[in-house]
Write a protein that binds this ligand. Structure first.
Ligand code: M6R
Length: 356
């Protein structure tokens, strides 16, 4: 890709508002009239009792955000499965299986489909490669329209997968009347605001994330906390950090702190909090700061860098505060650059993992 950075990853992070706009231009018109859902050949939601999302790594995280739409907005039972563990699961009929894979060639995902019993229900592939093996093996396919992603670390494909999945979910829930119109309206407005939200997050956080990376370049480990719909972004932030910087990073539901990970926190431990507006996060943060931990908070409320307070608008849609992934990606890249890592080709990893 072309852009202002020497590495692909930096450019792919910057492309996210454009990718988001492309996805919404293509898919949003098919939401309210249900034509997106029907056009994919997906069954009536009256014949579906549950949604199961399978994937690996970042695609799994995108799947978790998407599952939140079916669950929070549609009240459908959902689960997300690590693809490599799918063979150990009990599968029920009347399940919509959504297989998430950027490459469409991830062996663990293909094997998960092999584990499905006959008459399990419909498989929808959500991929950046509609001519992939996964696409051929599925009943329905949707292209997440991210364009080629070169960096091994998934960035723009994450945003594209989340938004594509959200459009499909909203389309099904709206045409089968599974949501009240006020909540659907709020989600639709949030969806339309996402490209600008991502652009604003890039502008707001580019500088501060560079400063934070300098400040924490010597930290040996990082905690990432969230609650509810914010948790998946904390998990994605921790994955990006591990993958790029080779530093330890753990993501936890903030309520779990006192059940173990709080023992890791001492003076100066960096703790990244994805703020989805849950008021209990204030208590969690107080637990961290009381032990000298350094809280860096992403969300509506404020981070102060060099005495300058910064705001990101709080996003409350059913897929959670997607825009918070931007500073987490930026921070992971900046830290990795300071540690002289190859941000496009992290050690030991491949873009497409075709062994299981
Ligand atoms: O091609 P896929 O989306 O199926 O790949 C799944 C994971 O291997 C991938 O998301 C991996 O976690 C990324 N390198 C993370 O940045």
């Amino acid at each position: 890709s072309t852009g202002r950075h020497r590495d692909h990853m930096g450019n792919e992070i910057d492309e996210q508002p454009v990718v988001a706009r492309r996805v919404l231009e293509a898919l949003a018109p098919g939401i309210v009239d249900g034509s997106l859902w029907r056009g994919l050949g997906l069954p009536s939601l009256d014949t579906i009792d549950r949604v199961t999302v399978v994937g690996c790594g970042t695609s799994l995280h995108a799947g978790r955000a998407l599952a939140g739409v079916f669950a929070r907005l549609g009240g459908l039972p959902t689960r997300t499965l690590v693809a490599s563990e799918a063979a150990h699961e009990v599968w029920e009929p009347r399940t919509l299986v959504i297989a998430m894979s950027q490459s469409g060639e991830t062996a663990d995902v293909l094997r998960a489909l092999d584990a499905l019993p006959p008459r399990h229900g419909t498989v929808l592939a959500l991929t950046n490669n509609p001519s992939s093996t996964l696409a051929r093996r599925s009943d329905a396919v949707i292209d997440c329209l991210a364009g080629p992603e070169v960096g091994v670390a998934a960035t723009k494909t994450f945003v594209a997968q989340v938004l594509t999945g959200v459009c499909v979910a909203l389309s099904g829930l709206s045409v089968f009347d599974r949501t009240d119109s006020a909540r659907l309206g709020a989600d639709l407005r949030a969806l339309a605001a996402t490209p600008d939200g991502l652009a604003a997050a890039l502008d707001a956080w580019r500088g501060p994330c560079a400063q934070l990376a300098t400040e924490y370049a010597r930290a040996s480990g990082f905690l990432f906390l969230g609650r509810g719909a914010g948790l998946v972004y904390a998990a994605e932030g921790a994955l990006k950090l591990k993958e790029l910087s080779y530093r330890w990073a753990e993501a936890y539901p903030a309520g779990e702190l006192k059940h173990g990970p709080l023992a890791l926190v001492d003076a100066g431990t960096p703790v990244f909090v994805v703020d989805n507006g849950d008021p209990r996060l204030d208590v969690d943060i107080a637990e961290v700061t009381a032990r000298g931990g350094r809280v860096i908070r992403f969300g509506e409320r404020v981070l102060t860098v060099g005495g300058v307070p910064l705001h990101l608008p709080r996003t409350g849609p059913s897929w959670g505060p997607l825009e918070t992934v931007v500073p987490l990606q930026l921070f992971a890249r900046e830290l990795a650059l300071r540690l002289h890592r190859d941000v496009d080709k992290p050690r030991n990893l491949a873009k497409s993992v075709t062994v299981s």
